[in-house]
Unconditional design. Structure first.
Length: 285
């Protein structure tokens, strides 16, 4: 990426490349693909007489809304090498809560118990999904530039850019900033440039794949407690309707993943197919 950025001499592309390689500063705007939807949280509680409950799922739907949002959507600002390390180390599939969050809600989760430690859990593939998205966007950018300027590889770094600045800007904004979003390991979904709602248009194949994931998740949702089951099935119906129309938006995807993650994080048994639905939707962000 660095060589191409130096060849093109495009300020925005060079800045994006530098941030992806070296990490995003706190005040830098963060691309949506670097926000990961957690698969829930677990904690250790201490009660009277030293009684302890370890690795107990935290019912996120019962806690402060701002805390719930902060532990459900996690920003990753590290450079790509650090993210590659996390992708190859399963011990990195969790991170501790901010102590301030524990102090704020820790006394109100289980009667007569205090939450003392808590960890955010991440689904398998969360970090590789970030890397896949970066690779996809760089590839889309390079292909678009080379299709119009096939001799770009013959250019020397020290010479003026062989591609007009306006052309690079158009390609950068349509491919890197918001032209495509990675969906799993294959396929892309268009995001309309300038559309503040950020709608994803699914291909017929991807819509059918989502339909299969939804149907599998629906069967598991039937096993949830009655109140949770009602919420889960209503959410799944919304996803199914969006899959049928082949049109999804970012706000709805975040709402669906948060709702389902919260429900299954408090369940006594595991729900792999509901987790799969959350992960599938999460790769769109």
């Amino acid at each position: 990426m660095h060589v191409l950025a130096a060849t093109l001499k495009h300020t925005e592309f060079m800045a994006w490349t530098n941030r992806e390689l070296n990490g995003y500063e706190e005040l830098d705007p963060l691309p949506s693909y670097r926000t990961v939807v957690s698969s829930g949280s677990v904690g250790t509680y201490v009660g009277y007489g030293g009684a302890q409950i370890k690795n107990m799922p935290i019912p996120l739907y019962e806690i402060d809304e701002e805390v719930r949002r902060r532990v459900s959507y996690i920003d990753f600002r590290q450079g790509v090498r650090n993210i590659e390390t996390m992708a190859h180390d399963e011990s990195k599939l969790h991170m501790p809560w901010n102590p301030a969050f524990i102090h704020l809600v820790g006394h109100s989760i289980i009667p007569n118990y205090q939450l003392v430690t808590a960890n955010i859990l991440f689904p398998h593939g969360a970090f590789s999904g970030i890397l896949d998205t970066i690779r996809t966007r760089v590839l889309d950018f390079v292909i678009a530039i080379q299709s119009e300027y096939p001799n770009i590889e013959d250019s020397e770094i020290g010479r003026p850019s062989p591609v007009p600045h306006s052309s690079i800007t158009n390609v950068f904004h349509s491919t890197i900033i918001g032209g495509h979003a990675n969906i799993g390991t294959t396929g892309t979904a268009s995001i309309k440039s300038g559309d503040t709602t950020n709608y994803f248009g699914l291909s017929p194949e991807k819509a059918a794949e989502l339909g299969r994931v939804v149907n599998a998740a629906r069967g598991e949702a039937e096993r949830l407690p009655e109140v949770d089951k009602k919420v889960a099935l209503e959410t799944i119906d919304e996803v199914a309707l969006a899959a049928t129309s082949r049109r999804l938006d970012v706000a709805s995807i975040k709402k669906w993943t948060s709702t389902i993650s919260t429900l299954i994080s408090t369940a006594a048994t595991t729900f792999p197919k509901l987790h799969a639905l959350v992960h599938w939707l999460g790769t769109l962000l």
